[in-house]
Design a protein. Structure first.
Length: 307
């Protein structure tokens, strides 16, 4: 066969392959019947603005695959919220849970003024939002099976909100920031004014740029005014009947979180799980281990949450 003949055959073969690719016989069959139902219930992401005291909080929900209704986790970020833990959110969704993430008023573009008191109110608003029948139906979640999981200041928010709302089925605290406990520690070692100043300095060092309508000094003064009520251990009586996960790291906050776990057990809670991971506050080099810890806890409590 000469060169021109070979080139002609190759060209013809190439054109034939294009014809086959474009041929209607090779296109995927339309989705119908059972496959259509599966497609409608696939995993997805929904975005929304959750109303809280006249403002709309920027939020998203990772919706789990399946018809549901799914249990749900509200994932609460810390101060100011650089570590969002959305890798955990994805892992939790794969385990069959819906996951809501939102930004408190005055944080990360959500309108309003940020404060610790506002944050507590915002968590209550997020709980109310998920419990609306129309919202629960759209997101395929069970509004009676909601768990709070918070990191750092988010752990503080989870404890405060759950203590005020007995319908929260369980809480996970990851290196919780015990604002009241930390202030009282500073107060024991310093005069009142000095303790407030030191707390303001610590808050400023965390970074205030993503926050609106607040100052480190104003936030520290708010902690000083609520210091007694905001200590983790004071919430143990209200939480003693709940499943609680406490995860600590080598960030200097373990003693406060361990004291909280001990207070729960002394109050009669037999459903407290504690884990220590030797890493930094953001769990930077142990993200997989943190995820496994959270997923194992959720798997263990899922039956209890359903009852």
């Amino acid at each position: 066969m000469n060169k021109h003949a070979r080139h002609g055959l190759l060209a013809a073969g190439f054109l034939l392959s294009l014809t086959c690719i474009a041929s209607p016989q090779t296109r995927p069959a339309p989705v119908t019947g059972h496959d259509q139902a599966t497609a409608e219930n696939r995993a997805s992401m929904e975005t929304m603005q959750i109303p809280s005291h006249g403002k709309g909080m920027n939020a998203l929900v990772y919706v789990a695959a399946g018809v549901g209704p799914h249990p749900a986790v509200i994932l609460l970020h810390g101060f100011p919220g650089n570590e969002r833990n959305l890798d955990l959110a994805q892992d939790i969704r794969r385990a069959g849970w819906d996951v809501l993430y939102f930004n408190y008023r005055g944080s990360w573009g959500t309108p309003g003024d940020f404060s610790f008191s506002h944050g507590i109110e915002d968590v209550a608003a997020a709980l109310s939002y998920l419990r609306q029948p129309a919202v629960a139906k759209k997101l395929r979640l069970d509004p009676t099976r909601i768990v709070l999981i918070g990191h750092s200041m988010g752990g503080f928010m989870a404890i405060q909100a759950a203590a005020a709302d007995p319908r929260v089925r369980a809480i996970g605290v990851i290196s919780g920031g015990d604002l009241g406990g930390e202030y009282q520690h500073l107060r024991r070692e310093n005069a009142s004014a000095s303790a407030t100043e030191k707390m303001a300095t610590a808050l400023a060092d965390e970074g205030m740029a993503p926050l609106h309508g607040c100052t480190p000094e104003g936030l520290a003064q708010q902690v000083a005014a609520h210091a007694t009520d905001w200590v983790f251990t004071t919430k143990a009586p209200a939480l003693k009947d709940r499943n609680v996960l406490v995860v600590t790291s080598d960030d200097g906050l373990a003693s406060y979180n361990d004291a909280f776990a001990d207070a729960l057990r002394k109050a009669g809670d037999r459903q407290v799980t504690t884990t220590h991971l030797a890493t930094d506050h953001a769990y930077s080099d142990m993200r997989t281990e943190l995820s496994k810890t959270v997923l194992a806890w959720l798997a263990a409590i899922e039956g209890d949450v359903a009852n």
